[in-house]
Design a protein. Structure first.
Length: 400
């Protein structure tokens, strides 16, 4: 069918014009690529011809217009595969693979079934799902196990929980991620793992794995105040300072305050972090404690216990303060992870979690490596360990 015939059918309302047009375009593109590869058009005899056409093989192609059966030309010698046939990026392939696996294994909900149809995936077979998953799993594992071999003065650690089917039941598993900034100011995703909970054993093994892969020179670790995480940081990164995430800390503060007073308390506590130096911040914290002592003794107790933990960032270059006093710079990426995982709902297994998150994080890492430096090299040269006598956060006995 020619293009003129397609236009005529579209005008007369016959068939699905977009699907037919796409089929026509795909066929013409493949014929052009095959002709260029073998050095001759169909039925053409030339001295440049390297081989001959040898029929077709069909392959389903999932598009936004639905699943199309594509007739791919075969060659008598060599092989041909359309250069455009894998339209999805790595993360999109991973999402499709996870949804498809859930669908095939019968653990999907109506929402997932609807999503499968919306993605235009028809006739999913277990073998096709297995093939796609195996390819993506290999990519995710290569990314997670790659050598790092560099100094990472700053290290952010974060965790989220996802619903995963294990042993016939749905469990909430911890997904832990590490991000770092190299000595030249470039940001990277360093690692990813999945475990039953954020206990010290999981975090210790994870951090030891980073060290084994070449992470060194860690000067500051930024994270929340989970007890197991704090203990693992202390054991693995001996001598490194620790910054308690300011955002998580503020949530802990406001949880101890009536809703009617939360705005006032939050504004008051934030003045601690707006000071020009650590000495001034310490003095302001003392003033805030005196101000809140009568009405909010629990807040005062938390502030006094966490003073050294929440002011560590003042020991580092001022150009970096805004980024290193919390894990908030990762918020945009975390929202994207949450958006993608919400589509799946319940992951069919742990491998599916690593597959999807590994693909997303690998793509983000690629963007960071070729994008603008997170910190300038000039400011990174100022990065020195805190001078002797500077306060270092205590990783034991702190309130979570």
């Amino acid at each position: 069918m020619g293009l003129v015939d397609l236009l005529r059918k579209g005008e007369e309302g016959e068939g699905d014009f977009l699907r037919d047009a796409l089929r026509w375009l795909v066929r013409e593109l493949m014929e052009a690529e095959v002709s260029a590869q073998i050095g001759a058009e169909r039925y053409e005899r030339t001295e440049e011809r390297t081989t001959e056409r040898n029929g077709y093989r069909t392959r389903p192609w999932d598009t936004r217009l639905g699943t199309l059966e594509v007739a791919i030309p075969k060659l008598r010698a060599g092989s041909y595969f359309p250069s455009w046939l894998e339209p999805r990026r790595r993360a999109e392939q991973a999402l499709v693979a996870v949804v498809a696996e859930a669908y095939v294994q019968g653990v999907s909900t109506r929402k997932v079934e609807a999503l499968v149809q919306a993605l235009g995936i028809g006739g999913i077979s277990k073998s096709e799902v297995s093939r796609l998953c195996a390819t993506l799993d290999a990519q995710a594992e290569a990314f997670r196990a790659r050598r790092l071999d560099a100094e990472y003065p700053y290290l952010w650690l974060d965790a989220r929980y996802e619903h995963v089917r294990e042993d016939g039941r749905v469990a909430s598993l911890a997904v832990i991620v590490a991000y770092g900034v190299r000595a030249d100011g470039v940001r990277e995703v360093l690692g990813l793992d999945v475990g039953l909970s954020e206990d010290v054993a999981l975090w210790r093994a994870f951090l030891q794995g980073l060290v084994a892969r070449g992470v060194r020179g860690v000067q500051l670790v930024i994270s929340d105040a989970h007890v197991g995480l704090k203990q693992a940081i202390k054991e693995v990164f001996v001598g490194a300072s620790w910054q308690r995430c300011r955002v998580h800390f503020m949530r802990n503060v406001l949880a101890r305050v009536p809703k009617s007073a939360q705005a006032m308390v939050a504004a008051t506590v934030r003045t601690i972090f707006q000071q020009p130096s650590r000495q001034a911040a310490g003095a302001q914290l003392t003033h805030v404690v005196l101000t809140l002592a009568k009405r909010f003794p629990q807040v005062v107790e938390l502030l006094e216990q966490a003073e050294e933990e929440i002011l560590t960032f003042y020991d580092f270059p001022p150009e970096h303060w805004r980024q290193v006093y919390s894990t908030n710079p990762l918020e945009r990426l975390n929202k994207e992870l949450k958006r993608r995982s919400a589509v799946v709902g319940i992951f069919p297994n742990r491998a599916a979690v690593v597959r999807l998150f590994g693909a997303l994080l690998a793509e983000q890492n690629d963007e960071w490596l070729v994008g603008r430096h997170y910190f300038s090299e000039v400011s990174m040269r100022k990065l020195l360990r805190p001078p002797e006598g500077a306060a270092v956060p205590q990783l034991e006995g702190s309130a979570a």
